[in-house]
Structures are given as structure tokens and as C-alpha cells.
Design a protein around this ligand. Structure first.
Ligand code: ZN
Length: 207
């Protein structure tokens, strides 16, 4: 359980500090990282949700764009100038990208192409008949206990792709722009909304 993982991790770091005689390191680590209050802020086991994005990668990419593109000629800029650049350039660029990729769907995000390529690869694989029961495949909640699912970037595996949910064309392949692919932190982790359905939903909401 989550509590057992917390206890085990704390014991592990305590034993390490004790064996190396690192008293002050232990005091720092415990008070800043391992108490109940601090633990839930950073430990993955403390929450049920599975993050869809890799947090450090997203933050690194954000800083890279800010530093290398918008502040290319400005080493150590003044704070007011930095805020001005973030609002006038970076936010404008992010809003434009959001509108193109999500709101208007004029540009297909690169990860969607990778998602469809992965789907195609898994769709071609054969499944042994007894595997669905062994791995407790649940298409409704989009979960499978096979090792491939756990380690896959998009939480896809051949059992779910071939799960008989009716997604894709006659041979089970996803066509570009036909589906809005939504990735969630809680089950169902993946939802494919048919674009026509989406417009119908929108129409119903507006109606
Ligand atoms: Zn699976």
C-alpha cells in the first residue's frame, strides 16, 4: 500500500544515513522530504493518478524555449523585462499553439502521430486467447495488467488495442483527425472521442 511504501522508503534512507553517520543529512531529509506533509507533495505512490506528461521534461522544455528563443540576446534580464517577454511573446505563442492543435484541430500535434503509429504497431500483433483473462483487460476503464501497458508512454498495449471497442476503421487503424485523443490521469486513461460525436455534443451543449 501507499503507507507501506512511505514507511519502507523512510526506513531505507534512515538506514543509509545511520550507516554513513550522516546525522544532519538525516535531519534535513526527514524534515524536508519524508514527513507526511512533505511526502504527499512529491511521491508518486501518494496519489492514485498517473501523470500523462513527464513533469521535468515539460518544465525543461518551457525554460529552453524561454531562454534560447525569447531571451536569446538577453543574459540575466531584469525581472520586469522577463515578465513582459513571458506575457507578450511566450504566452501568445502558447495560446496560438493551443488554438491550432486543440480548439480548431488545424494542426495535428506530433504526439498524436506517434500515438497512431504505436496503435498501428500493436494492432498488427496476435493475441493468445487466454491472455485477456490473465491480464484482466478492462477496456471501459482502459487498464491492463500486462507489463507492456505499465511501461508504455501512452498506456497502450495489444490487448487494449484489440479489445473490440470499435475504434478505428474496418481494420482497426486510427485515421488522422478522426478522433480527439484524450489522455487522463485516472481511469479511463485513454478516451477516443469520434470527431462527429464531439460536434454533436457541442451542438447539444449549445442547444
Ligand atoms: Zn495488455
Amino acid at each position: 500500500t501507499s503507507a507501506e511504501i512511505h514507511e519502507f522508503a523512510t526506513q531505507q534512507i534512515y538506514d543509509f544515513c545511520h550507516s554513513q553517520n550522516l546525522l544532519f543529512v538525516w535531519i534535513y531529509l526527514y524534515s524536508h522530504w519524508y514527513t507526511e506533509v512533505q511526502w504527499v507533495k512529491w511521491a508518486r505512490s501518494a496519489r492514485d493518478e498517473i501523470p500523462a506528461g513527464k513533469t521535468t521534461m515539460l518544465v525543461e522544455a518551457h525554460w529552453r524555449v524561454l531562454k534560447r528563443i525569447h531571451l536569446h540576446h538577453h543574459n540575466r534580464p531584469r525581472t520586469d523585462y522577463l515578465v513582459f517577454i513571458m506575457i507578450s511573446r511566450q504566452c501568445r505563442r502558447l495560446i496560438l499553439s493551443f488554438n491550432q492543435k486543440v480548439a480548431e484541430r488545424r494542426v495535428v500535434p506530433s504526439w498524436e502521430n506517434e500515438f497512431r503509429a504505436e496503435w498501428r504497431k500493436l494492432n498488427d500483433l496476435q493475441i493468445d486467447d487466454d491472455r485477456n483473462e490473465l491480464y484482466q483487460v478492462d477496456v471501459e476503464r482502459w487498464v491492463c495488467s500486462c507489463p507492456y501497458f505499465i511501461h508504455n508512454r501512452f498506456l497502450l498495449c495489444k490487448h487494449l488495442v484489440n479489445g473490440g471497442h470499435g475504434y478505428g476503421n474496418s481494420v482497426g487503424l486510427l485515421q488522422p483527425r478522426r478522433y480527439l485523443i484524450t489522455r487522463k490521469q485516472a481511469p479511463p486513461y485513454i478516451q477516443l472521442i469520434h470527431v462527429r460525436q464531439r460536434y454533436e455534443q457541442k451542438y447539444i451543449c449549445e442547444g
